[in-house]
Write a protein that binds this ligand. Structure first.
Ligand code: PLP
Length: 412
């Protein structure tokens, strides 16, 4: 039988310039590669997935089941129901003391859609967007899609990847349209302290630019209480907050996030959303109301468990000769430096038989030990792996044992 799939190439079909400028998310690529190996029977330990291993709490699941029974099956306003938008602003006000109103909120299909809609609504071709490195890969692709110019702001590992207002100030130019801050950071777990975040907003605003604060991991902080720059009384005019229920309530597959921003910007994002996906799924919105307005104990329980895992992972990584790792202050990722195993060698005291890149080293690790990690190239650095510790202690123990034996063999 003939192959039913057309053999037409991307060049022949002339994919648009906009889409040609971006790539499939590198983290998705790792997920696909691991799925292929798993289908062939490989016994993998997966540190790649950036999602909680916990199940969605029962009260949220029950709310969704109720919503189906009660026929929440129709379109809603594209920005989400008034009830959901109220629940979003009320949760944020209760936790951080902010004062947003529903007209300043748009509910989206995950935080990703909020970021995409925001960047497309704000950034014109040629505009500069300041992006601290290491960065979450989607920011970069959204900027490229919009025709903007990502201005990479290198942070220093020796300073725990700290981002300061002075660094932002030095990178701001009249062309800067947007500054992106993701605290706690995916992939490094670095956290911007509240006072520094205030100063970053101040310098950004004084240049007439906007600050996008991605708060998707804001409840997972190990050294301080959750904080939002949106709690400042005069913050709103130059600030966009992006949030997500994905990590906070272990709801990655449900796809519910939001942005809070000045009303005209929310209207622009809404225009775009009204012509693409329209409202987030009606049933998920009902579940989201329960997540935001119902009991919050599950968040604390997950935080305690992530804290225990963070300690274990960092300790075990630091025991591996020639591997170093900063202590993540938030989120659920470790970002070890493996430069001693790369050629040309940038670390000291390394070995001779080395991989050419962290990508190559990650591929070797996958094939030889069945351990899935995301190479740092996806996040703008060339010497790191990202390990998600949102996985069971049993997996962490097995994976760290495999990692130790893998690195012991490199350069033998
Ligand atoms: C930094 C950051 N922001 C936003 C998101 C978006 O998550 P979602 O679209 O599931 O809400 C993610 C997901 O991995 C993330 O890591």
């Amino acid at each position: 039988m003939a192959n039913p799939q057309s053999s037409l190439s991307a060049e022949k079909i002339a994919i648009s310039h906009r889409v040609s400028r971006i790539s499939v998310s590198a983290t998705q690529a790792v997920v696909m590669e691991a799925a292929k190996l798993r289908a062939q029977g490989a016994n993998l330990v997966d540190f790649g997935a950036g999602e909680p291993d916990f199940f969605t709490p029962d009260n949220i699941k029950e709310a969704a089941i109720r919503a189906i029974r009660e026929n929440y099956s129709k379109y809603t306003p594209a920005a989400g129901t008034m009830e959901l938008r109220k629940a979003i602003v009320e949760r944020h006000a209760a936790d951080f003391g902010s004062s947003y109103v529903p007209a300043e909120v748009i509910a989206t299909a995950g935080g990703k859609q909020a970021i995409f809609n925001l960047i497309c609504s704000l950034v014109n071709p040629g505009d500069d967007v300041i992006l601290p490195v290491p960065y979450w890969v989607t920011f970069c692709d959204c900027i490229n899609y919009a025709g903007g110019h990502p201005v990479m702001l290198e942070t220093r590992e020796a300073e725990n990847f700290a981002l300061t207002a002075e660094m932002v100030q030095a990178a701001l130019t009249p062309r800067t349209r947007l500054v992106i801050v993701n605290s706690p950071s995916n992939p490094s777990g670095a956290v911007v302290p509240p006072k520094e975040m205030e100063r970053i907003l101040e310098v950004t605003a004084s240049h007439g630019a906007m600050l996008l604060s991605d708060e998707c991991y804001c409840y997972y902080l190990y050294e301080q209480s959750p904080y939002s720059v949106g709690s400042l009384p005069d913050a709103k005019d130059h600030l966009i907050l992006v949030g997500s229920l994905s990590k906070t309530y272990a709801m990655t597959g449900w796809r519910l996030g939001f942005a809070m921003a000045p009303a005209p910007l929310v209207s622009a994002m809404l225009k775009l959303q009204s012509h693409s996906t329209s409202n987030p799924t009606s049933i998920v919105q009902q579940a989201g109301i329960e997540a935001l307005a119902g009991p919050q104990d599950s968040v604390q329980q997950m935080l305690q468990e992530y804290r225990r895992r963070r300690e274990f992972v960092v300790e075990k990584l630091r025991e591996i000769p020639d591997v170093s790792c900063t202590l993540p202050q938030g989120a659920f990722y470790a970002y070890p430096n493996v430069s001693s195993f790369l050629n040309p060698q940038t670390g000291s005291g390394g070995k001779a038989n080395l991989a050419a890149s962290v990508n190559e080293l990650g591929g070797k690790l996958l094939r030889e030990e069945g351990v899935v990690v995301v190479p740092g190239e996806a996040f703008g650095t060339r010497e790191h792996f990202r390990l998600s510790y949102a996985t069971s202690m049993a997996n962490l123990e097995e994976g760290l044992t495999r990692l130790k034996s893998f690195f012991a063999k490199q350069g033998d």
